[in-house]
Design a protein around this ligand. Structure first.
Ligand SMILES: [Zn+2]
Length: 424
């Protein structure tokens, strides 16, 4: 075990700050104190009453475990096992994360040791540390933890194995298996921990919805149009929505079956959509009540793509901006408002012309605002069905539109109305 892992275990066992424990431990080890002796010494220093924590663990059910516990022993069924490599101060460790359950409930765990258990196994875990994460207890399996595999199978009221639909995923899920179609995938270079790293960024869909996807170890199977099975994926929050992550430990296999992808997004009221904190694919219907500044013919920084104000980029100062089209429309459905952002293509549609037409228009009028004015004349006061990705943050609720269709002229809506007339 690495220093970080020892410090993590001690901090968790003793309920004290990890940085402090690590510094103490580092100090003792630098005087060549054997690691177990150093840990015992720190347990005494930070007042672990049980002295040897191995004998201090009480057997509990999962329901009984609280954030005040320091060490427990439990008999559980493993629901999920996710492998992940993490980095602390330049040291890399591979950890296992997931959930275990008994008849009374389920709980997340982190294992710093490779105990060799798999989803479905029934285990008796001795002397697991308990730590608090997000106001909930979590099990911490370290060097002083024992894991014994039971021959009998503990029946638990939870699904074993991590198979999930996209709609079921929530940030923090580990060891997940999904089957989905890749809608879109593009290569990106990011500044990773080992310098520039190539990743794939995209979008996937199944019968229940769509989510963003990141593949940290680019694979050929993760290409637009492919249907794949991903085992051992983890889920992170990305701009308020769950995002599926494929790591070096994930297994990706191509599937021959087709997945019936949902063609529509769930429709919500604006208030409900905002209260959800963010939705990757949502449909809203409302009236455009205004368009915001920064709409129409705009200029972007050639280095970062941000919209410039009076030729100034927030990051890069005075720059020679590049012309682009964008619309920020305020949509109101009576329950709330969101800012709908239309990209250059959707803006061209509502403006009735492309970038060159907009530039000519502005030049002739000797005023760039005429483009925004014409867009406003076209959309303000009308009702639209909007589909896209909603993010909610301190700056408000923004929906990046993939579809922006006037409601009265919307064939999908007309069909819906017609159908309801026929049925009534
Ligand atoms: Zn810039």
């Amino acid at each position: 075990m690495e220093l970080e892992a020892h410090a993590e275990e001690l901090a968790s066992d003793l309920g004290v700050d990890k940085e402090e424990v690590r510094d103490d431990l580092d100090n003792l080890l630098s005087y060549s104190v054997p690691v177990e002796e150093a840990k015992q010494s720190l347990r005494r220093k930070y007042g672990d009453g049980s002295d040897s924590s191995a004998s201090g663990a009480t057997t509990k059910t999962i329901e009984e475990i609280g954030t005040g516990d320091s060490n427990v022993s439990v008999t559980v069924r493993v629901l999920t096992v996710g492998k992940r490599s993490i980095q602390y101060n330049g040291e890399e460790s591979v950890i296992l994360e997931g959930e275990v359950a008994d008849e009374t409930g389920k709980i997340s765990y982190t294992s710093w040791e490779e105990f060799g258990f798999e989803a479905g196994d029934t285990l008796t875990i001795g002397n697991a540390g308990v730590r608090e994460w997000d106001n909930k207890p979590e099990l911490n399996l370290g060097e002083s933890t024992t894991v014994e595999r039971d021959d009998s199978t503990l029946e638990v009221p939870f699904d074993v194995g991590g198979e999930a639909t996209l709609a079921e995923l929530t940030p923090g899920d580990r060891g997940i298996t999904v089957e989905a179609e890749i809608l879109d995938s593009e290569s990106k270079t990011i500044d990773g921990r080992d310098g520039e790293t190539a990743i794939l960024s995209g979008e996937l869909a199944d019968e229940t919805g769509k989510l963003p996807l990141t593949d940290w170890e680019p694979r050929d199977e993760v290409a637009a149009g492919e249907t794949i099975r991903i085992e051992d994926a983890f889920v992170r929050e990305f701009r308020g929505v769950p995002s599926v992550n494929i790591s070096e430990f994930s297994t990706v296999t191509s599937l021959s079956r087709d997945i019936a992808i949902s063609e529509t997004a769930p429709r919500h009221s604006i208030r409900d959509a905002i209260e959800s904190g963010g939705l990757y694919d949502v449909e809203l219907v409302g009236n455009v009540v205004d368009i915001r500044d920064g709409s129409g013919l705009i200029e972007r920084c050639p280095q970062c793509g941000r919209v410039t104000q009076n030729g100034e980029c927030r990051s890069h100062g005075a720059v020679e901006g590049e012309d682009d089209l964008r619309t920020k429309a305020i949509l109101d459905d009576g329950t709330g408002t969101v800012t709908v952002i239309l990209d250059d293509d959707l803006t061209s549609e509502v403006y009735g012309g492309g970038l060159e037409a907009a530039k000519d228009h502005a030049r002739d009028a000797m005023d760039r605002e005429v483009v925004a004015d014409q867009i406003a004349d076209g959309v303000v006061g009308r009702e639209y069905r909007v589909r896209g990705s909603l993010t909610v943050d301190d700056f408000g609720a923004n929906l990046e539109a993939a579809e922006f269709v006037e409601h009265a002229a919307d064939p999908a809506e007309r069909a819906r109305r017609l159908l309801s007339e026929v049925q009534s």
